[in-house]
Design a protein around this ligand. Structure first.
Ligand SMILES: Nc1ncnc2c1ncn2[C@@H]1O[C@H](COP(=O)(O)OP(=O)(O)OP(=O)(O)O)[C@@H](O)[C@H]1O
Ligand SMILES: [Mg+2]
Length: 407
């Protein structure tokens, strides 16, 4: 390859057209905090209210402010993003009111001990290199800095259950080391099981508010993902049907991250293939990478008619632009497939049972209600876990082998 050509390739890769808007790819990163957080207004309000006193002019007599609060809830429902969003805005309010407030976010998966968290706060916020300092020394520096600046620290500890018990207690009691003038506040984030089992009894006396986040409904998920897609992609790059599909992926696991990551990967794949629109097939493939569920031996558990039924749905969904199909349509397909494999088809009731089995083991997406007003309320069949093309190929190869060995 000559030099000219390599340079052309790089030029093209950097500047050729993309399904992403300029800067859009970044908005699907885990660390990105969007301007708008729909359906979390109540939580944002409640977190903020906990810090009202910090801004109160009557605080005069009482010196210091400290509050510990906790946030719990299942995976991918906005605990992290809502906390960071709110704390960023509390910080802006503090600037406006000339209140000296330091805010920091630490994920305990990345910074795993109290020692390393204290050190990284000193380094990031105050430019103090405290390597080799003990916790006591680090705490002492922190206290002196905050006191001398009449400043406060609001710290988010995400995935707090990763810390050992001693460290967690240490953080919860940190404020008391300040004597009269408490200056440190904590927002601790944890999954509900860890919270209930490991943390709650240990720290609950020191926690003044616990907010439980609930998963988003399908409608909420869809609105949020439509908004996130709009931030990230050019308008022609994806259709309403794709948003439906990604929303169902997220809704199935009740985890918004699965939808967002699927969008991201599908967008990347579209760019790599130089396609200017994200297809259902790209979504299925991307989903498979995000959430690989199809065990290799799963087909072994199925009888031939269940496999025919899986094929009947997969074939329909393999068509360009089709993201969901109906039971009636699949049943017709099933009868054709039985003929192809020289098998006598069973009736529709039996067919529905096959679909239920496939749904239970996770090959078929759950039979969802159609979105009201657009497609009526007929049951729809989807496959999320594996690209249709791959499912078809695997089943056909498997059937050929099995039926041959039976003959
Ligand atoms: N209301 C919302 N509007 C826009 N994006 C959202 C909203 N809620 C969550 N997200 C996005 O969904 C993804 C998952 O949210 P987040 O990381 O906050 O979940 P989490 O509850 O902290 O999950 P985990 O327990 O796994 O850490 C993030 O990309 C986040 O930006
Ligand atoms: Mg989180």
């Amino acid at each position: 390859m000559n030099d000219k050509k390599s340079v052309d390739i790089i030029q093209e890769a950097l500047f050729s057209s993309s399904v992403f808007k300029e800067g859009g790819e970044r908005t699907l990163n885990q660390s990105f905090i969007p301007e708008v957080l729909n359906f979390r207004e109540d939580h944002i309000r409640r977190i903020s209210q906990n810090f009202r006193e910090l801004f109160s002019s009557e605080r005069g007599g009482y010196s210091g402010f400290s509050i510990n609060m906790a946030i719990t809830g299942s995976a991918g429902i906005g605990k992290t993003v809502t906390s960071r969003y709110t704390v960023d805005r509390i910080q802006s309010a503090a600037e406006k009111y000339h209140l000296k407030l330091y805010t920091d976010y630490k994920n305990c998966w990345t910074t795993r001990t109290k020692t390393s968290i204290l050190r990284s706060i000193l380094r990031d916020q105050f430019g103090v290199a405290s390597r080799g300092f003990s916790d006591e020394e680090s705490t002492d520096i922190l206290i002196r800095r905050l006191n001398s600046e009449q400043a406060y620290l609001l710290l988010i500890l995400d995935e707090v259950s990763v810390l050992n018990q001693k460290d967690i207690r240490g953080f919860v009691h940190l404020s008391e080391e300040f004597g009269m003038e408490h200056r440190i506040s904590l927002i601790m984030i944890s999954r509900p099981t860890e919270w209930k089992v490991a943390l709650s009894s240990m720290v609950s006396q020191r926690i003044s508010d616990v907010i439980h986040f609930q998963p988003y409904s399908y409608e909420e998920t869809r609105k949020i993902l439509a908004y996130r897609a709009e931030l990230a992609f050019k308008s022609y790059a994806l259709s309403e049907d794709i948003i439906d599909m990604v929303s169902e992926i997220s809704d199935q696991t009740k985890n918004l991250r699965h939808g967002i990551e699927t969008l991201y990967r599908a967008g990347r794949a579209a760019d790599q293939k130089r396609i200017d629109e994200i297809s259902p097939e790209l979504i299925r493939r991307a989903k498979n990478d995000v959430y690989p569920e199809m065990r290799a031996d799963i087909l072994e558990e199925l009888n031939p008619h269940e496999l025919f039924a899986a094929l009947s749905v997969a074939r329909r969904l393999h068509h360009k632009g089709i993201t969901a199909t109906t039971i009636e349509h699949s049943f017709k397909n099933y009868r054709i497939i039985c003929e192809e494999w020289n098998s006598t088809p069973n009736g529709e009731a039996a067919f529905r049972n096959y679909l239920s089995t496939l749904e239970a083991i996770g090959i078929l997406g759950k039979v969802t209600k159609g979105v009201k007003g657009r497609k009526g309320v007929r049951a729809r069949l989807t496959i999320h876990d594996v690209p249709a093309a791959i499912l078809i190929e695997r089943i056909e190869v498997f059937l050929a082998k099995r039926l041959k060995s039976e003959r």
